[in-house]
Design a protein around this ligand. Structure first.
Ligand code: G3P
Ligand code: MG
Length: 365
């Protein structure tokens, strides 16, 4: 554990905190859409004290700007997108795919396509686009055609399995949010993972070759697979095992999973927090006197995502992530949490009070 010295005193008047907060949203600040008691008080206190914080949620499905505006209104505190990380926010930084063609799955209608486009992705295909032009890919969703038609868009290229050079090629697959049409999403993803280089309608000749790594599966430039939501991932692991033989045959599903409790998300959140802190104390940064961020208090209600993530994350900057569990959400009084936090408190306001005391913060208002 990093040693936590008291706050850094720059002058008698100005305190600069060497700590910051990451708050889970659902079960910590809100329950469903309603603010939890003392959530506003906790955030307002931090804003008055100029103590940096971000909101770190596994929710998603809408663009950050939309979500932040809703939150700001329901909590009654000014918030902006620089302090907000939802499950798919790290996809916004994956510039390597922004000029490629990507498949975006999950969420309502094509809201997640719109999110991806706002992140800067230029060619985004949804499963609905493919189904509307090629109902044969998954005939069981034919009854949903009237739902897909209003938002389906023409494909950037037609599907020509016999002439791969002119056919639709998917370069990466992203799962942004809970799937609404599991069968269609899972079928298309599976087809792409078994294809030659992401060309729909092809099948890689390398599949099921015992002499190749992973028995030849995902060895033929198939699109990489990114999940920010575990639901479809678990279902897909099952299907992948059934189709390829799975672990029994030494075949893995290669994928990247983000969101809490995974490292990528905590690393992204830490980067955001460092950015927020540098913005708040920009004069001190300009003078070259801003001390490093020493500790982040991760306040959450879910032991499996918030506490596990905070406890297991190893900061590349040596920042100590200190987990605090509240009783206003998933974790309830009397339960033994599956991942042990540093402390359990009643609610978010108590979490903040406990933390500032630990960091010996002088709360002069
Ligand atoms: O979809 C899961 C979501 O409701 C969890 O939200 O803020 O508790 O990470 P949060
Ligand atoms: Mg929560």
């Amino acid at each position: 554990m990093a040693s936590i010295s008291p706050i850094v005193n720059i002058s008698r008047q100005v305190q600069i905190p060497n700590f910051a907060f990451a708050f889970d949203i659902d079960g910590v600040l809100l329950r469903s859409h309603d603010p939890l008691p003392r959530a506003r008080k906790a955030l307002s206190y931090l804003q008055r004290q100029r103590i940096p914080f971000i909101l770190l949620t596994n929710g998603g499905g809408k663009h950050e700007s939309e979500r932040v505006a809703d939150l700001s209104e329901s909590l009654g505190v000014p918030l902006d997108t620089s302090m907000f990380v939802q499950s798919h926010t790290p996809f916004a930084d994956m510039d390597q795919y922004k000029d490629e063609t990507v498949l975006v799955c999950g969420g309502e209608g094509d809201k997640c396509r719109v999110v991806a486009e706002k992140y800067g992705y230029k060619s985004v295909v949804t499963p609905g686009d493919i189904l509307v032009q090629h109902p044969e890919v998954w005939p069981f969703s034919a009854h949903l055609m009237s739902l897909y038609k209003p938002f389906a868009r023409p494909l950037p290229r037609p599907i020509h399995p016999t002439d791969p050079s002119s056919s639709l090629k998917i370069d990466a697959i992203f799962i942004y949010n809970d799937p609404r049409d599991w069968g269609l999403d899972a079928t298309l993803i599976l087809d792409l993972l078994l294809s030659s280089a992401g060309v729909l309608g092809t099948i890689s000749p390398k599949n099921d070759t015992p002499s190749l790594p992973n028995r030849g599966f995902q060895q033929d430039s198939q699109p990489p697979l990114y999940f920010s939501n575990p639901d479809l991932w678990e279902a897909l692991e099952g299907l992948w095992g059934a189709v390829t033989g799975g672990e029994r045959m030494g075949v893995k599903l290669n994928k990247t999973v983000i969101g809490k409790p995974f490292r990528e998300t905590f690393e992204f959140a830490e980067k955001k927090l460092i950015g927020c802190r540098e913005e708040i104390f920009k004069e001190t940064v300009a003078e070259g006197r801003l001390e490093p961020l020493r500790r982040v208090y991760m306040v959450g209600d879910n032991p499996e995502s918030d506490i596990r993530g905070g406890n297991t994350y190893q900061s590349p900057h040596g920042t100590d992530w200190c987990s605090i569990l509240v009783k206003t959400g998933v974790h309830q009084e009397g339960q033994e949490p599956t991942w042990k936090p540093r402390v359990i408190v009643e609610d978010v306001y108590d979490a903040v009070q406990w933390a500032v005391e630990q960091s010996k913060w002088d709360s002069r208002d």
